[in-house]
Design a protein around this ligand. Structure first.
Ligand code: ATP
Length: 234
């Protein structure tokens, strides 16, 4: 069996004295899409922050493609192939779509490649390439954030609450594209509060509550468990 793209072992992290990650262990197989699900406050975003080098763990280990990355900064992780699309999209509102994409080419990626990737996954961005990003719809801004992330040719893409504030139809469309991105060989860990759409395109899922992973499995098994978690059981 090949080395997992991401292996997290007994990870702990805290805000001040309040421990939010309380022994998280999770393994994402290479080439897989894994959904990380759980209610508000479970610690999902905190886990992504630690994995992406924006916050320090108090203990535990993280391996990215077999490399131990404790203490690595976001730049080091990017070189190892990890790219994050944070919650809330984070596009530059006063720049056009194309300018937002061009900002990514500083990393040595040629502009035409950045555009090619972006517009092949998201034709709508091509139609809107001269529009200011701040005037795009929420769904289009999410597309732009994802397109920027793809320009670094990631091995592992972390997606935080892709669906937040978006209508179900656009969420379905975005997840269809996530499925296509995965088919091109990118491993994906997607965090969502609500399971339905994310599970459709996932190979595996994990449920987090109270700073721990309480279940992992295939989407069908997890669907049932999620119902319990959301209803306050499990
Ligand atoms: P949501 O789906 O609401 O984003 P989540 O599962 O991503 O929830 P986190 O955002 O990781 O959960 O939050 C986990 C816990 O940590 C919550 O109790 C939250 O209040 C707390 N927390 C998050 N960020 C901070 C912070 N900067 N300082 C202090 N506590 C924080």
């Amino acid at each position: 069996m090949s080395v997992p793209i991401l292996e997290i072992v007994d990870l702990h992290a805290a805000y001040g004295r309040i421990e939010v990650l309380r022994g998280v262990s999770l393994s994402v197989p290479r080439g897989a899409v894994m959904a990380l699900l759980g209610p508000n406050g479970a610690g999902k975003s905190t886990l992504l922050k630690v994995v992406s080098g924006q916050m320090e763990q108090t203990s535990g280990d993280i391996h990215l493609a077999g490399v131990h990355v404790r203490g690595a900064k976001a730049d080091d992780l990017a070189r190892l192939g990890l790219t994050t699309v944070p919650e809330g999209r984070s596009v530059f509102p006063n720049l056009t779509v194309e300018e937002n994409l061009l900002l990514m080419s500083y990393a040595g990626v040629e502009a035409y490649k950045v555009f090619d990737t972006a517009y092949s996954y998201f034709p709508r961005l091509h139609e809107r390439r001269f529009q200011l990003a701040g005037t795009l719809s929420g769904g289009e801004q999410q597309m732009l954030a994802m397109a920027r992330a793809l320009s670094s040719d990631p091995a592992l893409l972390l997606l935080d609450e892709l669906s937040m504030g978006l209508a179900p139809l656009i969420v379905d469309e975005l997840y269809e594209t996530v499925g296509q991105i995965a088919q091109s060989g990118v491993s994906i860990l997607v965090v969502e509060q609500f399971a339905r759409t994310a599970l459709k395109i996932s190979d595996y899922a994990a449920v987090m509550t109270g700073g721990r992973i309480v279940a992992t499995g295939e989407p069908d098994e997890i669907n049932d468990i999620m119902a319990d978690v959301i209803l306050g059981g499990a």
